[in-house]
Write a protein that binds this ligand. Structure first.
Ligand SMILES: Nc1ncnc2c1ncn2[C@@H]1O[C@H](COP(=O)(O)OP(=O)(O)OP(=O)(O)O)[C@@H](O)[C@H]1O
Ligand SMILES: [Mg+2]
Length: 261
């Protein structure tokens, strides 16, 4: 078995490519892979979920997402930072739900519960036929999921993507969000062209941990806000979208009172 630290960014093909890259990787290792996180990674490797972590796809204040290799396939590994930064931007309703579901009160425990929650939500959405990364497992602050690619590279966020057919994109979104609402009975609550990947012409919804059930009092207004984010985006693409039509199309007008104008 490899040592835990050899699993993350192993030096394979690109041996001595350049020193600056090595420096960057060292920094990422220090930032995201503290001892406990490395141990979690190594356990997940022993469970056969992946073999190595290759490179960062995205790093932010709350965590990093890395590409990993599993045989001939790739996986995405999301590492949440243990600390209070993860919850700084969380809406109150999401935090409240989390606190109800877990007895832990310290930030570390909450981050672990949050990681589990993202995994659970991905599972529910996958079961409901919503296009999201498939969840493969989680441990502590580390989540393993399907790697969403576009022509072999990590898929771009919808906001950065070149969209050939905005109409088809709209129909695809209606279908995915419609399934989320009608089949999974969930509202994402943080949907936008940022948390949507564009993979070979189709949308994949990500970052689902803060999703709430459709019978939650906030579900209606949150869904409307999610759809408004897309409506603006479609407006810029030259496809006018009325939020009320969008809401109707995804089955959202039956989930609680709309915010009266
Ligand atoms: N399964 C995946 N496959 C490929 N890329 C992914 C995957 N999941 C996430 N990413 C990439 O990582 C980025 C951040 O992921 P995500 O939105 O889940 O995390 P986050 O902590 O909310 O970060 P941010 O604050 O940047 O949104 C995404 O915008 C996307 O580029
Ligand atoms: Mg995100």
């Amino acid at each position: 078995m490899p040592r835990p630290e050899d699993v993350v960014f192993p030096r394979r093909r690109e041996r001595s490519e350049d020193r600056s890259k090595e420096g960057e990787q060292r920094k990422l290792l220090d930032e995201f892979f503290d001892h406990a996180t490395l141990l979690a990674v190594s356990r997940l490797v022993n469970q056969g979920l992946f073999e190595s972590i290759d490179f960062p796809i995205s790093t932010g204040k709350e965590g990093g997402v890395f590409r990993a290799t599993k045989g001939e396939e790739f996986r995405a590994v999301k590492v949440y930072r243990i600390g209070n930064t993860t919850f700084r931007h969380l809406p109150a309703y999401a935090l409240e739900q989390l606190r109800q579901q877990t007895s832990v009160r310290n930030y570390g425990g909450l981050v672990i519960a949050w990681t589990r929650r993202e995994h659970t939500m991905l599972g529910r959405l996958t079961d409901a036929g919503v296009r999201v990364p498939r969840p493969y497992g989680h441990l502590r602050n580390v989540l393993v999921m399907g790697f969403i690619e576009d022509a072999g590279a990590p898929a771009p966020r919808l906001k950065d993507a070149v969209v050939d057919d905005p109409r088809a994109l709209f129909d695809d979104l209606v279908e995915q969000i419609g399934r989320m609402v009608r089949e999974a009975h969930l509202v994402h609550g943080d949907l936008s062209p940022y948390n949507t990947l564009y993979s070979n012409g189709r949308v994949v919804l990500i970052d689902v941990a803060q999703s709430i059930p459709t019978d939650h009092p906030q579900a209606g207004p949150l869904l409307e806000r999610d759809l408004e984010n897309y409506a603006k985006f479609f407006g810029r693409l030259g496809v006018p979208v009325e939020t009320s039509d969008f809401l109707h199309a995804v089955g959202g007008d039956s989930i609680g009172p709309p915010t009266e104008a």
